[in-house]
Design a protein. Sequence first.
Lengths: 198, 198, 198, 198
Amino acid sequence: MPSGRPRDEDARIRILGSVVELVASRAPGQVTINEIARAASVGKQTIYRWWPSKTAVVLDALVEGTMKATPFRATDDIRSDFERHLRSVAVLFASPTGSVIRELVADAQSDPQIADEFRDRFWAPRRELSLDRLRRGVDLGRVRDDLDLEVVLDAVYGPMWLRLLIGHLPVRASDATAIGDAVWPGIDTGGDFGPETR
Amino acid sequence: MPSGRPRDEDARIRILGSVVELVASRAPGQVTINEIARAASVGKQTIYRWWPSKTAVVLDALVEGTMKATPFRATDDIRSDFERHLRSVAVLFASPTGSVIRELVADAQSDPQIADEFRDRFWAPRRELSLDRLRRGVDLGRVRDDLDLEVVLDAVYGPMWLRLLIGHLPVRASDATAIGDAVWPGIDTGGDFGPETR
Amino acid sequence: MPSGRPRDEDARIRILGSVVELVASRAPGQVTINEIARAASVGKQTIYRWWPSKTAVVLDALVEGTMKATPFRATDDIRSDFERHLRSVAVLFASPTGSVIRELVADAQSDPQIADEFRDRFWAPRRELSLDRLRRGVDLGRVRDDLDLEVVLDAVYGPMWLRLLIGHLPVRASDATAIGDAVWPGIDTGGDFGPETR
Amino acid sequence: MPSGRPRDEDARIRILGSVVELVASRAPGQVTINEIARAASVGKQTIYRWWPSKTAVVLDALVEGTMKATPFRATDDIRSDFERHLRSVAVLFASPTGSVIRELVADAQSDPQIADEFRDRFWAPRRELSLDRLRRGVDLGRVRDDLDLEVVLDAVYGPMWLRLLIGHLPVRASDATAIGDAVWPGIDTGGDFGPETR
DNA sequence: TACTAAGCGAGACGGTACGTCAAGTCTTTAA
DNA sequence: TTAAAGACTTGACGTACCGTCTCGCTTAGTA
């Protein structure tokens, strides 16, 4: 039985909220721990008690805030499911959360531990969902079964991620269709199974 | 006619060399200007005299060091040209230069000016070459003409870049073929024009 | 031959000056390094580059500022020399420097190294002068030669120091005479040698 | 009639005991409230419920622990009484309590309130006893009646206090005699009244 | 051959944020 | 209501880098 004052759950929420707010309000990487603490009306020590670094807080804020932001609709029209998902990814990337992700990927370059956690807690769960959907397509006989599915996913989501991180082009929900147009014909079996047909 | 002592070209070379060496030797983003200066046996001021910031040095080191590292072979077998190029990209990303690129993309997230310069000096020139190759394919009638070519390029190079930046999978030259297998069938016109045929 | 930018002597002077000013302006021990740095228009690092701790700065400020504040007049009238010296000590203790000394003695209680330095650099030189004067009195046959001179000095200066540190009574220059009246008759040989006589 | 759980008297004793123990075991001023609480197996709040600050606890520990440690023998041999007292003071200063006193005097330099309390509760009661003894000597005609008795006491006890606080010489019981030798001849009336004579 | 102008290595400078530490307060459960 | 436990806010600490500055010295071109 734990004794002593329990962790202040409200403080935790205020901290994560302030992180998203601050990261979105300026260039990522320009947010300081002091600012977060002040914005959340919290002592710096309270942050360091529960997170090992600023980036760890940002990661928590990201994971917590986007757990259900990009759901996958599961129909038998796999391509359509993906395009729909791509659209929700685009919306997410264009939102303040997009800045949080950029900040995090940047920090992950210099901290392998953050990189691991980012992949485990943010990337992998989403990836798994996409992979499931793709495998379902293979099972249905609508997606080729001779492909490296990891490569397929990288090709499908690559455009969105690259534009977020490189910035050579804007991230637009409307590109979801263009991605489908470019990638899907090479992916599907070409069979005519009704709703899958185009 | 300029008087005074001329710029020490050797110092410039030592600086750019030390940058690559140091960035490769540890987690990117952990390299300090002081270390670079010390490693290059150079005063810090000499760096700031010629570059506005540490990241600018890194960018120069990158541009200088990769000017000819990923050449594009130009044949009429477009797919083959791309796969060959992808292989050279993989080799580059796996080399110390890969770390330099990661460092730079990380820094670009927080500094729009760096982002601009990175795109102008590193990304765009390569992109242009790829785009030219792709347009040539369209002209030859071997690549579909109804596609958003930017999206196609993002899909083709996305896997390599994503693996470099996210690290969910290793960057391997052998994946070049898998990328071709997954993406190309949706790109080409399916016509039988000889060398292009598969 | 030293290379690099030389130490900024003006900064050193500003720092020591600000220390005295700040220590005098409030309760000793309430002065922070940040305040000193700000008041001296100096980076905190500049302080830490040259002194290991705040207290070391305070000690330097004290030693530097009082090197000649309490001179000893050397006549053959030993008692008179001491009373004069006691008066200058009282004046020193009542000045801002008094606060600096209190701060320093306080810090010395918790840091043996500071205590050593304080004794070596502030206490001992003054003590030596007093001891010399007293020995001269012995040589002249006007001060008893059967006494522990260290004890005598502690008894002579004890009242001033105790009042500075304990604060049970004010430090007044006029007490110099009272101290002479109380202690001297037990110290001198009682002989009548002219100016020494009372 | 008070309800609720009664104050734990044992906790109070454990706290004061731990303070003395801890202050003696390291450089004074390095003891934290957390350590005291832990050593006394007590919650920090229990300390703050009964004392306003850490230093107040230390003061209580001092006053409580030394209430009868330096008694004054009252005979008609005033000098002898003082020397005996000086010896007990030396013993006290050399004991763990000496460290407590040093800590307290140090803290008193930066906190006038602590300084007041220290003087009221520790210094003044002892001082009053000494003063009484000295006045008795005046009444007996064995101590000069033309002296500032406060100055006399500062001169008599100064050596012990100075050595405790400055540390230029050790505090030794044997110095009590040397102090008597140096100071007393100037204090007494020189008359031959039997036991007082030397 | 001197003089002038700029570059050079070195390292101190003012400044900002960091992550740690202790003080004193608050909030829980148990007695 | 008090106690132990321990989380809380606050604010100073000492460190690390940044980008700028100043020193003595070097390396050209100009006079």
